[in-house]
Design a protein around this ligand. Structure first.
Ligand SMILES: *Cc1c(COP(=O)(O)O)cnc(C)c1O
Length: 431
C-alpha cells in the first residue's frame, strides 16, 4: 500500500485509518470524501517539529489552505499551532468563521482587488504577500484610510523551474506570480515598499512549484533569495527578517512516486540556508514554509459506486462511477496519476485493465486510464487514493452534480465535516 493508513481488514475490504471503507460508503453514500484526521495532524507536527529544530525561533509552517479549505481544517490547524495561507476573501471568511487566529494568516494572490484588500485588513490578516506594484500602492492607500500599517512580504520569482508540470510550476521569470529578481523589478518594488508609510516590509516570499520530491530546487531557490536579501541590504540598508520558501513538497499518488521524509528534506534545506547566511554574514531570517498538498493529500480518499462496466469490443473497457471531474478534475486538467482500488476486494486478481470514467457529459471526464483491477460489478465500491489535496477544493457543480460530503475519520470516531450538497443547495441562489 502506498501509505501506512491503508490496509485490508478481516472481511477482505479496504480499510482507511482503520475504518472499513465499504461500511463508510454504506453509511454516508457515495461519492464520498474521507479525511484521516490523525494523518493531517501527524504531517503538521512533522513540519513544526523539524522546522523548530533547525531554524530560528518563529520559523513556522503555514498550511496552504487552497489545497483543502473548510471550517474544520482551520480548527485542526489552529489546534496544531499552524499558520495558514489564504488566497481569497472566501478562504479568509471561512477561516475567520472557524475562529482561526487571523494574525497567523498570510494573504496570497496575484490580483487582490481593492475590496479583497479592505476585507482582509478588516478581518485582521497578519501578513499580505504582495505580488505587484499596483497591489502595493492600493494596499498602502487602503491601510492609510484605515489608519494602520500592514505587515507584508514581497513575492519574488527567483527564476527557477523545478521541472514539474507546467501548470504547477510557478518560480520561473515568466510566471504570472510575483516580481522577478532577474529583471531588476524585485529590487525596484522593494525600494518602493520601503518608502511607503502604511506597509511594513518584513521580508520576501517565493514559491517555485509543486509535487517536488527533492530538496535541491528549494536549496537553489533559498540560495538565490538569500543573495537577493544580501543585494537589498547593500543597496538599501534593509535586512529582511523573514524568508518564506513556499510550499511544494511532493506526495505519493502511486507506487512510482518515492517515499518522502519531510523532516529530512527540511534539515537538508536548513543546512544549506545556514551555510549560505554564514557566508554572506547574514543573521538567518525566520524561515517560513507553506505545505499544502503534503499536509492533506494522503489523508484523503474518495469512494465511488461502480455503475456500468462497458467493454468496447476490440478497444477498451470503461468502468463508470457516480462522480468524476466534478469532485476530482485533476486528471482532466493535468492527467494526474492516481491509485485506484476496488474497495470490496482489493486483493482479488487484477483481471481487467480499464479506464475509470466519470458521470459528466464530457469525454475528458476521466479519473484514470489503464487501471489494472479485479473486474467490478455494479454496486461495488471503487476507492481513489490520495485525494485529500486539490479535490474538494477544486470541485464544481458541472451538470448540476452536488459536491460530495467530507467525512473525517478520527480516533474518537467518524464525523461529517462538510455536508453533501442537496438539490436545495444547488438551487439556493436561483430566482
Ligand atoms: C499552492 C501554493 C502552495 C502550496 O503548494 P503545495 O504544492 O500544495 O504544497 C504554497 N504557497 C503558494 C504561494 C502556493 O501558491
Amino acid at each position: 500500500m502506498i501509505c501506512n493508513n491503508l490496509s485490508v481488514n478481516e472481511k477482505g475490504h479496504l480499510a482507511f485509518a482503520g475504518y472499513d471503507t465499504v461500511e463508510l460508503a454504506k453509511k454516508y453514500g457515495t461519492p464520498l470524501y474521507l479525511m484521516d484526521e490523525e494523518k493531517i495532524r501527524e504531517h503538521a507536527r512533522t513540519y513544526k517539529t523539524a522546522m523548530a529544530a533547525v531554524f530560528p525561533a518563529g520559523s513556522v509552517p503555514e498550511f496552504a489552505s487552497k489545497a483543502f479549505s473548510c471550517k474544520q481544517i482551520y480548527r485542526i490547524m489552529a489546534e496544531e499551532g499552524m499558520d495558514i495561507d489564504v488566497v481569497s476573501p472566501g478562504e479568509i471568511y471561512t477561516a475567520a468563521s472557524a475562529g482561526f487566529p487571523m494574525e497567523k494568516s498570510f494573504f496570497h494572490g496575484n490580483n487582490k482587488t481593492d475590496s479583497d484588500i479592505a476585507f482582509a485588513i478588516d478581518q485582521g490578516v497578519g501578513y499580505f504577500v504582495v505580488d505587484n506594484a499596483e497591489e502595493l500602492a492600493a494596499l498602502n492607500r487602503i491601510a492609510g484610510e484605515k489608519g494602520i500599517c500592514q505587515k507584508i512580504l514581497l513575492r519574488v520569482t527567483p527564476g527557477i523551474d523545478p521541472h514539474t508540470h507546467k501548470k504547477i510550476s510557478t518560480g520561473s521569470v515568466e510566471s504570472k506570480f510575483g516580481m522577478a529578481i532577474a529583471t531588476g523589478q524585485a529590487l525596484e518594488i522593494t525600494k518602493t515598499a520601503l518608502t511607503l508609510p502604511h506597509v511594513a516590509l518584513c521580508g520576501f516570499h517565493c514559491h517555485i512549484g509543486s509535487q517536488i520530491f527533492e530538496s535541491a530546487p528549494f536549496i537553489t531557490a533559498a540560495d538565490m533569495m538569500l543573495d537577493f536579501i544580501d543585494e537589498v541590504r547593500t543597496s538599501t540598508g534593509f535586512t529582511a527578517k523573514m524568508l518564506d520558501l513556499g510550499g511544494g513538497f511532493g506526495v505519493r499518488y502511486t507506487k512510482d512516486d518515492p517515499v518522502i521524509d519531510y523532516g529530512e528534506k527540511i534539515r537538508e534545506v536548513a543546512a544549506a540556508v545556514n551555510a549560505k547566511c554564514e557566508k554572506l554574514g547574514l543573521a538567518v531570517p525566520k524561515i517560513l514554509m507553506e505545505p499544502g498538498r503534503s499536509l492533506v493529500a494522503d489523508a484523503g480518499m474518495t469512494l465511488y459506486t461502480v455503475g456500468s462496466v462497458k467493454e468496447i469490443t476490440g478497444y477498451k473497457t470503461y468502468v463508470s462511477i457516480d462522480g468524476g471531474m466534478t469532485d476530482n478534475p485533476r486528471y482532466t486538467l493535468y492527467e494526474s496519476p492516481y491509485t485506484v482500488l476496488l474497495a470490496d476486494r482489493p486483493e482479488d486478481p487484477q483481471n481487467l485493465v480499464a479506464t475509470v470514467g466519470g458521470r459528466c457529459c464530457e469525454s475528458g471526464d476521466l479519473i484514470q486510464e489503464n487501471v489494472a483491477m479485479p473486474r467490478p460489478v455494479r454496486g461495488e465500491i471503487l476507492a481513489v487514493l490520495t485525494t485529500g489535496a486539490y479535490n474538494y477544493s477544486m470541485a464544481s457543480n458541472y451538470n448540476r452534480v452536488g459536491r460530495p460530503p467530507v467525512v473525517m475519520l478520527s480516533k474518537q470516531g467518524d464525523y461529517v465535516a462538510v455536508e453533501r450538497e442537496s438539490f436545495k443547495h444547488l438551487c439556493a441562489l436561483d430566482k
